[in-house]
Ligand binder design. Structure first.
Ligand code: TMP
Length: 211
């Protein structure tokens, strides 16, 4: 049976990852792969309810981090693990790197606690923890991302943060990428959409998951 593949997409708000996730799903399906396209926080009825709260209600950083991981636990158990066990490709718009970047660096919350939560929530019965097989990190200067966001739909709690917050979030992502370079592919997102798309394809082809 085909082996499951778990790919996450990360970057600050406005980095432009969403259209590429949908396009990658389409290309993989054309090549005969079963694809689960999902997102965090969210991806299950319970996790989508948690998303509503986490993105719209004011709360302290620990409460915020706990909600992100509660949503993740449900998402892993209900959607991600079964899809991987069935040999599917799971494309996930954000995963735990976002918690380290947003709650850890952005909010300044204790990363040792986040690391502990990561161990509990992502623990696998056979040992070790579930992590994406590949993480595409869309790199974009926070000033440019802010410009892209302004004028779009009503911003949520995170999208309405000042540029300074996104500088910290970007630094958080950078740190995670440097801690686990084999898992990450960095995509320079400050270029025309087609050039970015070619980099997305190249990163997936390098892993031999795409012809
Ligand atoms: P998005 O679906 O537009 O990317 O929105 C999700 C928002 O939630 C985004 O601003 C990043 C934020 N977020 C966190 O703060 N922590 C997390 O763990 C995740 C997954 C997302």
């Amino acid at each position: 049976m085909t082996t499951g593949v778990f790919i996450s997409f990360e970057g600050i708000d406005g980095a432009g990852k969403s259209t590429h996730i949908a396009a990658l799903a389409a290309v993989l399906r054309e090549q005969g792969r079963d694809v689960t396209l999902t997102r965090e926080p969210g991806g299950t009825p319970l996790a989508e309810k948690i998303r509503e709260l986490a993105l719209n209600e004011a709360m302290d950083p620990l409460a915020e981090a706990l909600l992100m991981f509660a949503a993740r636990r449900d998402h892993l158990q209900q959607v991600i693990e079964p899809a991987l066990a069935a040999g599917q490709v799971v494309l996930c718009d954000r995963f735990t790197d976002a918690t380290f970047a947003y709650q850890g660096e952005g909010r300044g919350f204790d990363k040792a606690v986040l690391g502990q939560l990561e161990q509990w929530v992502q623990a696998r019965p056979e040992g070790g923890i579930r992590q994406p097989d590949l993480t595409l990190l869309f790199d974009l200067a926070p000033e440019i991302a802010a410009g892209r966001l302004s004028g779009s739909r009503v911003p949520d709690k995170f999208e309405s943060q000042p540029v300074e917050f996104f500088r910290k979030v970007a630094a958080g992502y950078d740190l995670r990428a440097r801690q686990d370079p084999a898992r990450f592919a960095r995509i320079a997102a400050d270029r025309p959409k087609e050039a970015v798309w070619q980099d997305v394809l190249a990163a997936v082809r390098r892993k031999a998951w795409l012809a």
